[in-house]
Write a protein that binds this ligand. Structure first.
Ligand code: NDP
Length: 338
């Protein structure tokens, strides 16, 4: 099966990971890239060996492509995804799917009605480490899960210190950037959905415009599991990790909240400690393989549109909690809050 892709957005993430991940699939080719600037589109196409460069969505959607990958700034995802869906294209969209979970629900409903595949690019579900943790929990190796902790506070690289820390209207801020990933990874690893969140956010000196550059969240899950997550742009030396503690054991993963297939997962029980082995495949290559499978009618994207609604509803609830100073419920029926 051949799949011709169009890139919506001349972005860093496409250049660093997604162009390679698309080209790693049998039968996949990148036909065209769209940037709002014709000069940037042309330069990006030349630098990345893409045959065609365009500067309007209309031209891109009429260029004979089958699927689009959307990695523009967050406020543009909704309109671009809806246009692509209307044109009958499959859509792999970056997180957050939109600026509100209501808009994300509109996208999911539109894709369903049009019969096209919609995926959310939550790469961490594709990490061998997280899949090994999910399997260990599902197999009962830590007994009944009780609590989880996610350490995902990083230092935002200088080349990305742009709209994320200056433009609220573009969906900047650490919660829409990283908390969405943590909510999704918690859901995936635990096989559970969050029902409530309480969050504190901070502006620790990097973000302006009233945006937060640090957040700590406490989550309650349907099963009764409670979890902490810490997201940040300003900590250079924190390292990342993910722990799940159960009645019969603990999973302690280090260096796993990352774009690379690295890190370690330790299982600690009454029998002692065991280092879990897991595959080290590129996260984005696996994401694309699942997406191509879904286009062929074989399975679903690694993270579906519904998963994107969940992660956005969770992040939205965290932001609301931080501003209201109280815990906020996350409605399990596809993410609407009360
Ligand atoms: P970038 O800032 O690199 O790109 C976003 C947009 O900014 C581009 O579409 C482009 O607009 C514009 N832009 C890029 N470079 C320049 C420049 N030099 N001058 C002017 N404008 C420029 O963003 P990211 O790649 O970091 O993020 C894009 C999306 O991907 C976001 O939704 C983000 O949340 C998501 N993301 C997801 C990750 C994941 O692992 N799942 C990791 C990183 C980001 P135009 O297209 O009009 O040229």
């Amino acid at each position: 099966m051949s799949v011709r892709w169009g890139l919506i957005g001349a972005s860093t993430i496409a250049r660093q990971f997604m162009i390679n991940a698309i080209r790693a699939q049998d039968g996949a080719e990148i036909s065209v890239v769209m940037s709002s600037s014709p000069e940037r589109a042309t330069a990006y196409a030349r630098e990345n060996g893409i045959p065609s460069a365009v500067s309007t969505l209309d031209v891109l959607l009429k260029s004979g492509i089958d699927a689009v990958y959307i990695s523009t700034t967050n406020e543009l995802h909704l309109e671009q995804a809806l246009a692509a869906i209307r044109a009958g294209k499959h859509v792999l969209c970056e997180k957050p799917l939109a600026l509100t979970s209501a808009d994300a629900r509109t996208m999911v409903a539109a894709a369903k009605a049009a019969g096209v595949v919609l995926g959310t690019n939550h790469h961490l579900r594709n990490a061998g480490a997280h899949r090994a943790m999910r399997e260990a929990i599902a197999a009962g190796r830590i007994g009944r899960p009780i609590a989880a902790r996610v350490f995902h506070s990083v230092y935002l690289p200088e080349n990305l210190q742009g709209w994320r820390i200056t433009r609220p209207e573009a969906g900047g801020g650490v919660v829409l950037d990283i908390t969405v990933h943590d909510a999704d990874t918690l859901r995936f690893v635990l096989g559970d959905d969050p029902v409530e969140v309480s969050a504190f956010t901070q502006s620790a000196g990097m973000a302006g415009g009233g945006l937060e550059d640090g957040a700590m969240c406490i989550w309650r899950f349907q099963s009764g599991v409670i979890a902490q997550s810490h997201e940040g742009f300003t900590t250079r030396f924190a390292g990342t990790g993910f722990e799940v503690h159960g009645s019969e054991g603990s999973l302690v993963a280090r260096d796993v909240m990352t774009q690379q297939p690295v890190g370690s997962v330790l299982l600690r029980t009454a029998k002692g400690e065991e280092e879990l082995s897991f595959d080290r495949e590129d996260l984005y290559v696996r994401s694309l393989r699942q997406f191509h499978g879904a286009i062929r009618g074989d399975g679903q994207p690694a993270a579906t549109g519904e998963d994107g609604i969940w992660s956005l509803a969770s992040a939205e609830a965290a932001l609301q909690s931080a501003s209201a100073g109280k815990a906020i419920k996350i409605d399990p029926k596809l993410g609407s809050m009360n």
